[in-house]
Design a protein around this ligand. Structure first.
Ligand code: DQA
Length: 145
């Protein structure tokens, strides 16, 4: 099965951006790690990142033929109804992930408009959260839970 690993705005700067919050792992490191875990689990991981809402919407649409989506929407989690509707529109399980524990941060990060239409939600495990998200979405894709 193919899984889309999709990152939203500012996550291309991972590694240099606010390391106290997000650590020093780069986006390329994360993509490599998830791709390798995918290979171990028999899944093809397709990686994409954009800083543009409409591009992210189109990337979610393009995942219609895939088995699942692992999505770190960045700040769009908190207010993009368009991205939420895209996730809702495609019949593909989506796990939302945040590297930081958004609930321990500013109040405006506490709400996700995407979480209600996602299969599940992971926040606060740092980059280890991506392993959990990939495993979760593959379990769901296989219909085993
Ligand atoms: C983030 C949390 C968001 O609130 C923030 O806007 C990000 C990163 C995370 O992975 O912890 O860009 O999605």
């Amino acid at each position: 099965p193919a899984v889309l690993l999709l990152h939203g705005p500012n996550l291309n700067l991972l590694g240099e951006r606010d390391p106290a919050q997000y650590g020093t792992t780069t986006l390329a490191d994360i993509e490599k790690r998830v791709t390798n875990l995918g290979a171990d689990l028999g899944a093809d991981v397709v990686c994409a990142q954009s800083n543009h809402e409409g591009v992210l919407v189109e990337q979610v649409h393009a995942a219609r033929s895939m088995a699942g989506i692992v999505l770190n929407p960045g700040a769009f989690a908190h207010y993009s109804i368009a991205l939420r509707d895209a996730v809702d529109a495609v019949d593909v399980p989506c796990v939302e992930i945040h590297i930081s524990n958004v609930h321990a941060r500013e109040e405006f990060r506490h709400r996700s408009v995407i979480a209600p239409v996602a299969q599940g939600y992971i926040s606060g495990f740092g980059v280890d959260g991506y392993d959990l998200a990939l495993r979760g979405v593959l379990l769901r894709a296989a219909g085993t839970r």
